[in-house]
Design a protein around this ligand. Structure first.
Ligand SMILES: NC(=O)c1ccc[n+]([C@@H]2O[C@H](COP(=O)([O-])OP(=O)(O)OC[C@H]3O[C@@H](n4cnc5c(N)ncnc54)[C@H](OP(=O)(O)O)[C@@H]3O)[C@@H](O)[C@H]2O)c1
Length: 294
């Protein structure tokens, strides 16, 4: 029977360390501040934005939510970004994606001051991560790495197979695991929708990190015994037995794969809580840097 790696347990240990750092900052007169800009009324984005605000409050951080209408012009959004870049009470901010189609997401991301880019989407921060000199790490892959480290998974010299090559999860995950140092030093293979004979590669993984958005894609025959499995996927599928008629599942067929894995993350309850946790960690780190350079 495999051991579960739970996001709640890992994130709580990080939050308790963050609380100490936040108190230290406050005692020097700095309250870490996070702003989230939401354009439009995408229901999933609204939920995430509310969760971020709530977590800031719980931690005693300063939190600002900027809600802009769906028909906001690109120029007005860029103006808001520029204001937040200058606002000394805000140490980190993000513009919730996706944006309405009339706004160029790249232009908006490029306008964020890299020092406040707590999502780590700005090309400067992506480049710094790649060369192993990060100011921030992107929240979801950083959360995955923390789950590995804090549950005692040795990554050194291990074969990490990342399934998916998105800019948000797969590619930064690859870049992080291949770096020198603790929680990394891995041999990394990335597979995607054009990969030939994908199962022959996933079966070689010591650590399998899956982020493709395809329900129950990885099955027991695609992994080797003893593998550590991190399932980033979140997919809502029909479930007539649940009151809502749907349920959340990962990209990994949990019931089958858990019998072969040494450690595995469930969905829900796995990677989910880690993204907001690492966003908070990035905001605290940004406030600490701003405090030093004051
Ligand atoms: N905090 C969290 O829990 C969290 C955070 C972020 C994302 N997620 C979830 O993680 C999943 C992935 O998110 P994402 O943003 O990385 O997705 P994405 O941008 O849609 O990228 C999906 C990746 O999976 C690959 N892929 C799709 N179908 C495949 C197949 N049949 N075989 C092999 N590769 C395949 C795609 O390959 P190509 O590049 O070749 O098209 C692409 O690289 C989603 O379920 C998302 O909801 C969860």
């Amino acid at each position: 029977m495999s051991e579960l790696i739970l996001g709640k347990t890992v994130s709580e240990s990080i939050y308790s360390e963050l609380r100490v750092r936040i108190e230290a900052l406050k005692s020097k007169g700095t309250t870490p501040g996070l702003a989230v800009v939401l354009v439009g009324t995408d229901p999933a984005s609204e939920v995430y934005v509310r969760m971020k605000g709530k977590k800031c409050e719980e931690l005693g951080m300063h939190s600002v939510t900027v809600v802009m209408p769906e028909n906001t012009s690109e120029a007005d959004l860029l103006k808001k970004v520029s204001e937040l870049n200058k606002d000394s009470s805000i140490h980190g901010f993000l513009v919730q994606l996706p944006l309405p189609s009339h706004i160029d997401e790249k232009k908006v991301i490029n306008a964020i001051d890299p020092k406040k880019d707590v999502d780590c989407f700005h090309p400067v921060n992506v480049g710094k991560m790649l060369i192993g000199e990060p100011d921030f790490l992107p929240a979801t892959p950083a959360g995955v790495q923390q789950m590995l480290v804090r549950s005692g998974v040795d990554t050194k010299g291990k074969h990490v197979v990342v399934v998916g090559r998105s800019n948000i999860v797969g590619k930064p995950m690859m870049a992080m695991m291949v770096q020198k140092g603790d929680g990394a030093d891995s041999t990394v293979t990335v597979v995607h929708s054009r990969t030939k004979d994908l199962p022959s590669i996933t079966r070689q993984a010591d650590i399998l990190i899956v982020a493709i958005g395809k329900a129950n894609f990885i099955t027991a025959d695609m992994v080797k015994k003893g593998v550590v499995v991190i399932d980033v996927g979140t997919n809502r599928i029909e479930d007539p037995s649940s009151p809502k008629g749907t349920k959340l599942v990962g990209d990994v067929e949990f019931e089958g794969v858990k019998n072969k894995a040494s450690k595995i993350t469930p969905v829900p309850g796995g990677v989910g809580p880690m993204t907001i946790c690492m966003l908070m960690a990035n905001t605290v780190a940004a406030a600490e840097k701003a405090n030093v350079s004051r």
